[in-house]
Structures are given as structure tokens and as C-alpha cells.
Design a protein around this ligand. Structure first.
Ligand code: ZN
Length: 251
């Protein structure tokens, strides 16, 4: 049944406002929870990508290490060959040449050994750092899973409450013309969710602008549905105070 008397219409709009006030906090809390869950997933995805890059670099370093180790082995073989050559040398000129070769190879080996040892230390440290990070990401992920599990339960409760209130809202809304509810929605969207305001001390409580006394009179009489000329909110007379700030019991 659609009501048509201004006072009845205002009553419906006030009930709509009360319902929207009731649910606003839940909606905000739900949106914040969803946003924070999404944020955490993004952080985890970012950390995963970073770890993957580091693992790739580690693999490159290991390849490099194997190549250097191969070079070291080759130098060692050269050393063995040069040594056996030396035993067969009879002429002193040749002896000097092979000895020089030996010296070069030994120098190369020392250099390669140094490189390989340094690489091994660096790889070890890198591997350890990656391991620590992997553990950190793992801990964060299990923490996120625990949180998301409890959040999902809270979320379900919130969604249930929102659905229940929405159903009540639909029933209340159906008591007035649809265009009124739509207008209410447009005002609420523009005015931080508040589409209905009381008139207190001669002013609109929504925007705090003073109102023309004759205008207030029409609100007190409730002869028509009135909106604030400044903020467009639907206005009603606060039952506790009249336009002069005097307490009244009914309007
Ligand atoms: Zn106003």
C-alpha cells in the first residue's frame, strides 16, 4: 500500500534513513575488510614475484659457478700435463720454457680458486637470504590464511545482516512512490548517506543553514513534503524541539 499524506511519506523516509544509518557502518566495515584482504593478497603476490626473480638470479650464479669450476679443472689438467712434460725435458732451454708455463698455470689456478671460493661464499649467503625470505613469505601466507578464514566468517555474518536489512528496506520503500525513493537515493549519494534531516533551532541539521520561519511553519504543519533549499535533504520537525527551540511533544 502506497501512502500519500506528507506526514506518512516523511515517516517512511525517516524509517529509510534509520535503516540506512543502521547498515552504513556494517557496509563500511565490510568494504574495509574486503579491501584489506585484497591488499594482503597483492603484497603476497608481490613477494612471490620478488622471490622468483631472486631464485632466477641464484640459478644464474650457480651456472656461473659451474663454468668457473670447469675452468679451474681445465687449469689443473694443464698443470698435470706440464708437470709430466717437465720430467721428460733434457735441454735447459726447454726446461725454462716448461717451468714458465707451470708458473703461469699455477697463477691461473690460484686466481680461479680464489674466484670460485668467493662465488661459493656469495652463493651460500644468497641462498640463505632466499631461504629466510621464503620462510617469511610462508609465515605471512599462513597468517593471511588464518585471517581470511575468520574474515570470511565475519563477512558472511555481515552479508547476512546487510541482506536482512535490505529486505526490510524494500518493504518500507514500497510504501512510497518509487520516484521519491530514487530521489532519496540521489540525495543520500551526494550527502554522505544522509538524505533526511531534522529542523533544529530554526536550521537544517544536515547543512546547518538557517531556514525561513514561514518555511519552517510549513514543515511543522506537515502539509507537504519539504526539502532543504540549501542541501536538498528532506526535512522534518524534530519532535523534541520546535522552530524556536522549545520542546514540543508532537508536530
Ligand atoms: Zn540543509
Amino acid at each position: 500500500m502506497v501512502v500519500s499524506k506528507p506526514a506518512e511519506i516523511m515517516d517512511v523516509l525517516r524509517r529509510l534513513q534509520a535503516i540506512d544509518d543502521e547498515i552504513r557502518e556494517i557496509r563500511v566495515a565490510r568494504d574495509q575488510m574486503v579491501a584489506s584482504m585484497e591488499r594482503l593478497q597483492k603484497v603476497l603476490a608481490h613477494l612471490d614475484r620478488e622471490l622468483a626473480e631472486k631464485r632466477e638470479k641464484l640459478a644464474e650464479a650457480e651456472t656461473w659457478y659451474r663454468a668457473k669450476n670447469g675452468e679451474l679443472e681445465a687449469e689443473r689438467e694443464k698443470l698435470t700435463k706440464a708437470k709430466s712434460k717437465l720430467t721428460g725435458v733434457t735441454r735447459s732451454k726447454e726446461y725454462v720454457a716448461v717451468n714458465k708455463e707451470l708458473e703461469t698455470v699455477r697463477k691461473n689456478i690460484t686466481q680461479r680458486e680464489d674466484e670460485v671460493a668467493k662465488l661459493l661464499v656469495a652463493i651460500g649467503e644468497f641462498r640463505e637470504a632466499i631461504g629466510k625470505e621464503e620462510q617469511k613469505v610462508k609465515d605471512l601466507r599462513s597468517q593471511a590464511e588464518v585471517e581470511s578464514h575468520s574474515n570470511r566468517e565475519r563477512l558472511a555474518v555481515m552479508e547476512g545482516k546487510i541482506a536482512e536489512v535490505d529486505a526490510r528496506r524494500k518493504v518500507i520503500s514500497s510504501a512510497v512512490d518509487r520516484s521519491l525513493v530514487e530521489r532519496y537515493g540521489r540525495i543520500a549519494a551526494k550527502r554522505e548517506g544522509i538524505a533526511v534531516a531534522a529542523v533544529v533551532d530554526g536550521g537544517c541539521r544536515g547543512c546547518h543553514m538557517q531556514l525561513n520561519p514561514r518555511f519552517i511553519e510549513s514543515i511543522l504543519r506537515a502539509s507537504s513534503v519539504v526539502t532543504c533549499p540549501h542541501c536538498s535533504r528532506y526535512l522534518y520537525a524534530d519532535s523534541a524541539h520546535d522552530a524556536d527551540g522549545n520542546a514540543v511533544t508532537s508536530v
